[in-house]
Ligand binder design. Structure first.
Ligand code: ADP
Ligand code: ADP
Length: 221
């Protein structure tokens, strides 16, 4: 079952008189349960692709279909609903709210996504990333790896069709990055579909499929 499909996806950015073609026609299909990495040199279009797939930006041409819904021409509030309910986001930065505890950070997301039993679901998500002992800590009291695990729990709690991660280990040392990869591997074994952008080929090699982007096009899929 295909959970994510891109057809002829293009994106240009206009800067004054100059137009940058960041994506020049990308076709892609990702099945439920896959763990896919997107690699390529800096500026090749990886983040642009992830932003289009993640409904954070809209394509210049082409289609993106998520869980059967064509989101490429969708407008708010429908688009926000897809972002909120279908997709979990993990970034290089953790974007945790500093005055909230671990549990509160996750529970706020659960409530925004309309999750029932938001407290219980948040505790479950935190157990999945091994943070049950850190529930009442604030971000400043935790390591980078722990903060990223909170961010992963926050993405998981809504039961997304797809988890998107953009350089999720970019702010972490190698050992901590490996631990985050272990978390992703475990979640994927439990059925979670994950798409991860990285420029690190060693991390990419640990995923089920590597997609190479070059000059706005996919080289290998
Ligand atoms: P990557 O994630 O592989 O580093 P990006 O998707 O960030 O690549 O960028 C692809 C190309 O699009 C680059 O040439 C970049 O400079 C350009 N680009 C990305 N975002 C913008 C933007 N908001 N405005 C203008 N150009 C952009
Ligand atoms: P980088 O390109 O340095 O890896 P990030 O991966 O941290 O940056 O963020 C990618 C983009 O997504 C940024 O433009 C950021 O503003 C945006 N972003 C970060 N967090 C969220 C969020 N929770 N919802 C929507 N957009 C976000």
């Amino acid at each position: 079952e295909v959970v994510l499909e891109a057809r002829g996806l293009k994106k240009s950015y206009r800067m004054g008189k100059v137009t940058v073609e960041a994506l020049r026609g990308v076709d892609l299909a990702i099945r439920r349960g896959e763990f896919v990495s997107i690699i390529g040199p800096s500026g090749s279009g990886k983040s642009t692709l992830l932003n289009l797939i993640g409904c954070l930006d809209q394509p210049t041409a082409g289609q993106a279909i998520i869980d059967g819904q064509d989101v490429s021409r969708m407008k708010d509030p429908a688009l926000t609903a897809v972002r909120c309910r279908k997709i979990g986001y993990v970034f290089q930065k953790f974007y945790l709210l500093p005055f909230l505890t671990t549990l509160e950070n996750v529970e706020l997301q659960a409530r925004l996504a309309g999750v029932k039993d938001s407290r219980a679901r948040s505790v479950e998500a935190l157990k999945l990333v091994g943070l049950e002992a850190r529930m009442n800590h604030r971000p400043v009291e935790m390591s980078g790896g722990e903060q990223q695990r909170v961010a992963i729990a926050r993405a998981l709690v809504k039961g997304p069709a797809l988890l998107l991660a953009d350089e999720p280990t970019g702010n972490l040392d190698t050992k901590t990055g490996d631990l985050i990869m272990d978390v992703f591997k475990r979640l994927n074994k439990q059925g979670l579909t994950i798409v991860m952008v990285t420029h690190n080929p060693e991390l990419a090699a640990r995923t089920g499929r590597v997609i190479k982007v070059r000059d706005g096009l996919i080289e290998e899929a």
